[in-house]
Design a protein around this ligand. Structure first.
Ligand SMILES: [Fe+2]
Ligand SMILES: [Fe+2]
Length: 244
């Protein structure tokens, strides 16, 4: 499909200031003052579509964020987790929670990704699915012999053997484990295998079209263009380089 929409801010250099949450506390530094000093009739701050990213349709659907915004490893991780759940004949709610559990890691934010992810999808999915996404983060750190689930060996490497999860993680895991929806979230952690453990047969997001159609209420205006409580988060993924 050809797309003749012009690129915004044509004819000028469009400067990208990285979002503060991605640079604060790092050696990437704050370039705001330096870049502000450059603003003139040839230099502006980027607002709107970035030609370095695939262009999103005007009314984006969930699958478009998988196709056009996710890095490859998160895309694969999510579709593979969901496919394992599907192959094990899990109900739609478990498949959906697996498909969406790390959705913000790919193109929004990693810190507290379960909590962000749950808010992002809440207006469009069953409450139990968003709940499972929220609590999978704390349950990941929390063993449960009843489900044969242990603290991930990868975490020992990634965070160090002496890493101790924060109090809110322990509190939320304890809360989740006595909740009636516990199993749905626990199952996410069971299918949440490491990124390098691939399925034999590759799977794409298209495989889940029917399940998504049954379980995700797409807004008529497109994700991010509606007025839901999380529309701004979808817009941030569409235009991650906007100055404001
Ligand atoms: Fe996760
Ligand atoms: Fe994951």
């Amino acid at each position: 499909m050809s797309d003749n929409r012009p690129w915004p801010q044509d004819g000028r250099e469009r400067m990208i200031l990285p979002q503060p949450v991605g640079t604060v506390g790092t050696d990437l530094g704050d370039r705001r003052s330096e870049m502000l000093a450059k603003v003139d009739d040839k230099h502006v701050f980027m607002m709107g579509d970035n030609p370095a990213l695939p262009r999103m349709p005007e009314k984006p659907c969930l699958q478009d964020f998988f196709r056009y915004r996710m890095n490859e490893s998160t895309y694969r991780h999510l579709v593979e987790a969901a496919k394992r759940a599907y192959d094990n004949h899990e109900p739609d709610k478990v498949i959906m929670a697996c498909l969406l559990h790390d959705i913000t890691n790919a193109c929004l934010i990693r810190m507290d990704h379960g909590y962000y992810g749950a808010q992002l999808i809440a207006p469009y999915v069953e409450e139990e699915v968003a709940w499972a996404v929220k609590y999978h983060q704390s349950l990941r750190y929390t063993p449960d012999p009843a489900y044969n689930y242990e603290y991930p060996e990868l975490y020992l490497k990634l965070f160090g053997e002496d890493y101790e999860p924060s109090a809110y993680i322990k509190r939320d895991a304890a809360y989740a484990m006595q909740h009636e929806w516990y199993e749905t979230s626990r199952k996410v952690t069971l299918y949440d295998l490491y990124f390098f453990e691939e399925l034999d047969e590759p799977v794409t997001i298209d495989f889940f079209d029917d399940i998504i159609a049954r379980n995700f209420r797409h807004p008529e205006e497109g994700l991010g263009m509606d007025d839901s409580p999380s529309a701004h988060m979808w817009r941030t993924m569409i235009w991650p380089n906007n100055f404001l």
